[in-house]
Design a protein around this ligand. Structure first.
Ligand SMILES: NC(=O)c1ccc[n+]([C@@H]2O[C@H](COP(=O)([O-])OP(=O)(O)OC[C@H]3O[C@@H](n4cnc5c(N)ncnc54)[C@H](OP(=O)(O)O)[C@@H]3O)[C@@H](O)[C@H]2O)c1
Length: 227
Protein backbone atom coordinates (compact mmCIF):
# COMPACT_ATOMS: atom_id res chain seq x y z
CA UNK A 1 0.00 0.00 0.00
CA UNK A 2 1.43 3.41 -0.97
CA UNK A 3 1.84 6.19 1.57
CA UNK A 4 -1.24 8.35 2.03
CA UNK A 5 -0.80 11.60 0.11
CA UNK A 6 -1.42 14.60 2.38
CA UNK A 7 -3.10 17.57 0.66
CA UNK A 8 -0.93 20.65 0.44
CA UNK A 9 -2.10 23.68 2.37
CA UNK A 10 -2.28 27.17 0.86
CA UNK A 11 -2.64 30.47 2.68
CA UNK A 12 -4.06 33.41 0.72
CA UNK A 13 -5.00 36.99 1.54
CA UNK A 14 -7.76 39.03 -0.10
CA UNK A 15 -9.87 36.06 -1.16
CA UNK A 16 -13.32 37.46 -0.40
CA UNK A 17 -13.74 38.50 -4.03
CA UNK A 18 -11.98 39.24 -7.32
CA UNK A 19 -8.70 37.54 -8.20
CA UNK A 20 -8.26 36.02 -4.74
CA UNK A 21 -11.64 34.31 -4.82
CA UNK A 22 -10.82 32.82 -8.24
CA UNK A 23 -7.46 31.56 -6.95
CA UNK A 24 -9.16 29.81 -4.03
CA UNK A 25 -11.54 28.07 -6.46
CA UNK A 26 -8.64 26.99 -8.66
CA UNK A 27 -6.58 25.62 -5.76
CA UNK A 28 -9.54 23.83 -4.18
CA UNK A 29 -10.29 22.20 -7.54
CA UNK A 30 -6.78 20.70 -7.29
CA UNK A 31 -7.67 19.26 -3.88
CA UNK A 32 -5.64 21.75 -1.86
CA UNK A 33 -6.67 22.87 1.59
CA UNK A 34 -7.00 26.66 1.54
CA UNK A 35 -6.82 29.06 4.48
CA UNK A 36 -8.26 32.40 3.43
CA UNK A 37 -8.78 34.77 6.37
CA UNK A 38 -11.25 37.60 5.88
CA UNK A 39 -10.34 41.24 6.52
CA UNK A 40 -12.13 40.91 9.88
CA UNK A 41 -9.85 38.02 10.85
CA UNK A 42 -6.65 39.49 9.41
CA UNK A 43 -6.59 43.24 8.78
CA UNK A 44 -3.56 43.87 6.59
CA UNK A 45 -3.70 47.63 7.12
CA UNK A 46 -2.31 47.17 10.64
CA UNK A 47 1.05 45.50 11.21
CA UNK A 48 0.08 45.03 14.87
CA UNK A 49 -3.02 43.10 13.73
CA UNK A 50 -0.92 40.95 11.38
CA UNK A 51 1.56 40.14 14.18
CA UNK A 52 -1.35 39.38 16.53
CA UNK A 53 -2.88 36.99 13.94
CA UNK A 54 0.46 35.24 13.42
CA UNK A 55 0.99 34.87 17.19
CA UNK A 56 -2.48 33.43 17.59
CA UNK A 57 -1.86 30.96 14.75
CA UNK A 58 1.72 30.05 15.55
CA UNK A 59 1.22 26.46 14.38
CA UNK A 60 0.41 27.45 10.79
CA UNK A 61 2.81 25.92 8.27
CA UNK A 62 1.33 26.47 4.83
CA UNK A 63 3.11 24.94 1.85
CA UNK A 64 1.95 27.80 -0.36
CA UNK A 65 1.59 31.51 0.43
CA UNK A 66 -0.26 33.85 -1.90
CA UNK A 67 0.01 37.52 -0.99
CA UNK A 68 -2.93 38.73 -3.05
CA UNK A 69 -4.76 41.46 -1.10
CA UNK A 70 -4.12 44.96 -2.33
CA UNK A 71 -5.53 48.44 -2.30
CA UNK A 72 -5.16 51.35 -4.68
CA UNK A 73 -5.91 54.87 -3.46
CA UNK A 74 -5.52 57.15 -6.45
CA UNK A 75 -4.19 60.70 -6.06
CA UNK A 76 -1.70 63.00 -7.74
CA UNK A 77 1.62 63.38 -5.90
CA UNK A 78 0.69 66.73 -4.29
CA UNK A 79 -2.47 65.24 -2.77
CA UNK A 80 -1.15 61.99 -1.36
CA UNK A 81 -1.37 62.13 2.42
CA UNK A 82 1.27 60.39 4.51
CA UNK A 83 -1.56 58.31 6.00
CA UNK A 84 -2.63 56.99 2.60
CA UNK A 85 1.00 56.42 1.54
CA UNK A 86 1.68 54.39 4.69
CA UNK A 87 -1.62 52.52 4.44
CA UNK A 88 -0.86 51.39 0.90
CA UNK A 89 2.67 50.32 1.78
CA UNK A 90 1.35 48.45 4.82
CA UNK A 91 -1.31 46.53 2.87
CA UNK A 92 0.55 46.02 -0.40
CA UNK A 93 4.08 45.43 0.89
CA UNK A 94 4.80 45.31 4.63
CA UNK A 95 2.02 42.86 5.54
CA UNK A 96 3.08 40.62 2.68
CA UNK A 97 6.62 40.82 4.06
CA UNK A 98 5.52 39.81 7.57
CA UNK A 99 3.57 36.80 6.28
CA UNK A 100 6.43 35.75 4.08
CA UNK A 101 9.03 36.26 6.83
CA UNK A 102 6.96 33.97 9.06
CA UNK A 103 5.99 31.26 6.58
CA UNK A 104 9.04 30.98 4.28
CA UNK A 105 11.33 29.51 6.98
CA UNK A 106 8.62 26.96 7.84
CA UNK A 107 8.44 25.96 4.17
CA UNK A 108 12.24 25.69 4.13
CA UNK A 109 12.11 23.25 7.06
CA UNK A 110 9.85 21.01 4.97
CA UNK A 111 12.03 21.39 1.87
CA UNK A 112 9.16 22.53 -0.35
CA UNK A 113 7.36 25.83 -0.73
CA UNK A 114 5.78 28.15 -3.25
CA UNK A 115 5.18 31.87 -2.69
CA UNK A 116 3.31 34.05 -5.14
CA UNK A 117 3.16 37.80 -4.62
CA UNK A 118 0.44 39.53 -6.59
CA UNK A 119 2.03 42.74 -7.85
CA UNK A 120 0.72 44.63 -10.89
CA UNK A 121 1.69 45.88 -14.32
CA UNK A 122 1.89 49.17 -12.43
CA UNK A 123 4.82 47.68 -10.52
CA UNK A 124 6.61 47.77 -13.89
CA UNK A 125 5.10 50.79 -15.62
CA UNK A 126 2.84 53.50 -14.21
CA UNK A 127 0.09 56.00 -14.76
CA UNK A 128 -0.78 59.38 -13.24
CA UNK A 129 -2.19 59.11 -9.74
CA UNK A 130 -0.64 55.72 -9.02
CA UNK A 131 2.54 56.76 -7.13
CA UNK A 132 1.85 54.91 -3.88
CA UNK A 133 0.38 51.89 -5.66
CA UNK A 134 3.23 51.68 -8.20
CA UNK A 135 5.94 52.19 -5.59
CA UNK A 136 4.52 49.56 -3.23
CA UNK A 137 3.94 47.05 -6.04
CA UNK A 138 7.47 47.64 -7.39
CA UNK A 139 8.76 47.05 -3.84
CA UNK A 140 7.03 43.69 -3.87
CA UNK A 141 9.04 42.76 -6.98
CA UNK A 142 12.33 43.56 -5.23
CA UNK A 143 11.26 41.60 -2.16
CA UNK A 144 10.36 38.63 -4.39
CA UNK A 145 13.86 38.50 -5.86
CA UNK A 146 15.65 38.57 -2.50
CA UNK A 147 13.42 35.91 -0.92
CA UNK A 148 13.89 33.72 -3.98
CA UNK A 149 17.66 33.93 -3.54
CA UNK A 150 17.60 33.27 0.21
CA UNK A 151 15.15 30.35 0.08
CA UNK A 152 16.07 28.82 -3.28
CA UNK A 153 18.46 26.33 -1.63
CA UNK A 154 15.47 25.00 0.35
CA UNK A 155 13.27 24.42 -2.71
CA UNK A 156 11.04 27.40 -1.89
CA UNK A 157 10.20 29.04 -5.22
CA UNK A 158 9.09 32.67 -5.00
CA UNK A 159 7.53 34.63 -7.85
CA UNK A 160 5.54 37.78 -8.42
CA UNK A 161 2.84 38.19 -11.01
CA UNK A 162 2.08 41.49 -12.70
CA UNK A 163 -1.49 41.40 -13.98
CA UNK A 164 -2.85 43.93 -16.43
CA UNK A 165 -6.51 44.87 -16.20
CA UNK A 166 -8.79 42.29 -14.67
CA UNK A 167 -12.58 42.35 -14.44
CA UNK A 168 -12.89 43.00 -10.67
CA UNK A 169 -14.34 45.56 -8.24
CA UNK A 170 -10.91 47.24 -7.97
CA UNK A 171 -10.73 47.87 -11.71
CA UNK A 172 -14.32 49.15 -11.83
CA UNK A 173 -13.76 51.42 -8.81
CA UNK A 174 -10.65 53.03 -10.28
CA UNK A 175 -11.69 53.45 -13.93
CA UNK A 176 -14.69 54.93 -15.67
CA UNK A 177 -16.32 53.01 -18.54
CA UNK A 178 -14.52 55.31 -20.98
CA UNK A 179 -11.14 54.74 -19.31
CA UNK A 180 -11.74 50.98 -19.45
CA UNK A 181 -12.45 51.23 -23.18
CA UNK A 182 -9.12 53.03 -23.67
CA UNK A 183 -7.25 50.47 -21.54
CA UNK A 184 -8.77 47.62 -23.56
CA UNK A 185 -7.76 49.44 -26.74
CA UNK A 186 -4.18 49.66 -25.40
CA UNK A 187 -4.16 45.93 -24.63
CA UNK A 188 -3.08 43.67 -27.50
CA UNK A 189 -5.92 41.23 -26.76
CA UNK A 190 -8.42 44.13 -26.67
CA UNK A 191 -10.17 43.01 -23.50
CA UNK A 192 -9.91 42.70 -19.73
CA UNK A 193 -8.74 39.44 -18.15
CA UNK A 194 -11.14 37.34 -16.14
CA UNK A 195 -10.05 36.56 -12.56
CA UNK A 196 -10.04 32.86 -13.56
CA UNK A 197 -7.31 33.50 -16.16
CA UNK A 198 -5.05 35.00 -13.49
CA UNK A 199 -5.93 32.16 -11.10
CA UNK A 200 -4.91 29.56 -13.69
CA UNK A 201 -1.42 31.05 -13.88
CA UNK A 202 -1.11 31.28 -10.09
CA UNK A 203 -2.28 27.66 -9.85
CA UNK A 204 0.62 26.61 -12.06
CA UNK A 205 3.20 28.66 -10.13
CA UNK A 206 1.92 27.19 -6.85
CA UNK A 207 2.13 23.62 -8.08
CA UNK A 208 4.68 20.85 -8.34
CA UNK A 209 4.75 21.53 -12.07
CA UNK A 210 6.71 24.70 -11.50
CA UNK A 211 10.15 23.35 -10.75
CA UNK A 212 12.51 26.02 -12.11
CA UNK A 213 10.83 29.43 -12.23
CA UNK A 214 11.80 31.58 -9.26
CA UNK A 215 12.48 35.21 -8.43
CA UNK A 216 10.60 36.40 -11.50
CA UNK A 217 8.18 39.25 -12.14
CA UNK A 218 5.80 37.52 -14.52
CA UNK A 219 3.58 39.76 -16.58
CA UNK A 220 0.08 38.52 -17.40
CA UNK A 221 -1.48 41.52 -19.09
CA UNK A 222 -2.83 40.53 -22.50
CA UNK A 223 0.00 42.52 -24.06
CA UNK A 224 -0.64 45.86 -22.30
CA UNK A 225 3.00 46.60 -21.44
CA UNK A 226 4.48 45.59 -24.82
CA UNK A 227 3.47 48.80 -26.55
N1 LIG B 1 -7.97 44.04 -10.82
C1 LIG B 1 -6.90 44.32 -11.53
O1 LIG B 1 -6.99 44.73 -12.70
C2 LIG B 1 -5.52 44.15 -10.95
C3 LIG B 1 -4.42 44.40 -11.79
C4 LIG B 1 -3.15 44.24 -11.27
C5 LIG B 1 -2.97 43.84 -9.97
N2 LIG B 1 -4.05 43.60 -9.19
C6 LIG B 1 -3.80 43.17 -7.80
O2 LIG B 1 -4.46 41.94 -7.57
C7 LIG B 1 -4.84 41.85 -6.20
C8 LIG B 1 -6.32 41.52 -6.11
O3 LIG B 1 -7.03 42.54 -6.79
P1 LIG B 1 -8.60 42.48 -7.10
O4 LIG B 1 -8.80 43.25 -8.33
O5 LIG B 1 -9.11 41.10 -6.97
O6 LIG B 1 -9.12 43.39 -5.88
P2 LIG B 1 -10.54 43.54 -5.18
O7 LIG B 1 -11.62 42.94 -6.01
O8 LIG B 1 -10.64 44.97 -4.76
O9 LIG B 1 -10.33 42.65 -3.87
C9 LIG B 1 -9.35 43.02 -2.95
C10 LIG B 1 -9.22 41.97 -1.89
O10 LIG B 1 -8.23 42.40 -0.93
C11 LIG B 1 -8.83 42.46 0.37
N3 LIG B 1 -8.27 43.53 1.17
C12 LIG B 1 -8.10 44.83 0.80
N4 LIG B 1 -7.62 45.53 1.84
C13 LIG B 1 -7.49 44.65 2.86
C14 LIG B 1 -7.05 44.77 4.22
N5 LIG B 1 -6.68 45.94 4.73
N6 LIG B 1 -7.04 43.66 4.99
C15 LIG B 1 -7.43 42.47 4.50
N7 LIG B 1 -7.88 42.29 3.24
C16 LIG B 1 -7.90 43.38 2.44
C17 LIG B 1 -10.32 42.69 0.09
O11 LIG B 1 -11.09 42.33 1.21
P3 LIG B 1 -12.57 42.97 1.45
O12 LIG B 1 -13.52 42.19 0.60
O13 LIG B 1 -12.80 42.81 2.91
O14 LIG B 1 -12.50 44.41 1.03
C18 LIG B 1 -10.53 41.77 -1.13
O15 LIG B 1 -10.65 40.42 -0.73
C19 LIG B 1 -4.46 43.19 -5.57
O16 LIG B 1 -3.23 43.09 -4.93
C20 LIG B 1 -4.35 44.13 -6.76
O17 LIG B 1 -3.48 45.20 -6.52
C21 LIG B 1 -5.32 43.74 -9.64
Amino acid sequence: MGALKVAKQAFITGASRGIGQAIVKRLQAEGLEVIAPSREELDLSSLAAVRCYLDAHSGLKPDILINNAGENIINPIQKITMNDWERMFTINLSSAFLLLQTFAPRMAEKGWGRIINVSSCYGLVSRAGRAAYSASKAGLLGLTRTVAIEFGPHNVLVNAICPGFVETDLTRKNNTEDQLKVLCEQTALKRLASPAEIAEFVGFLASDQNTFITGQSLTIDGGFTIQ
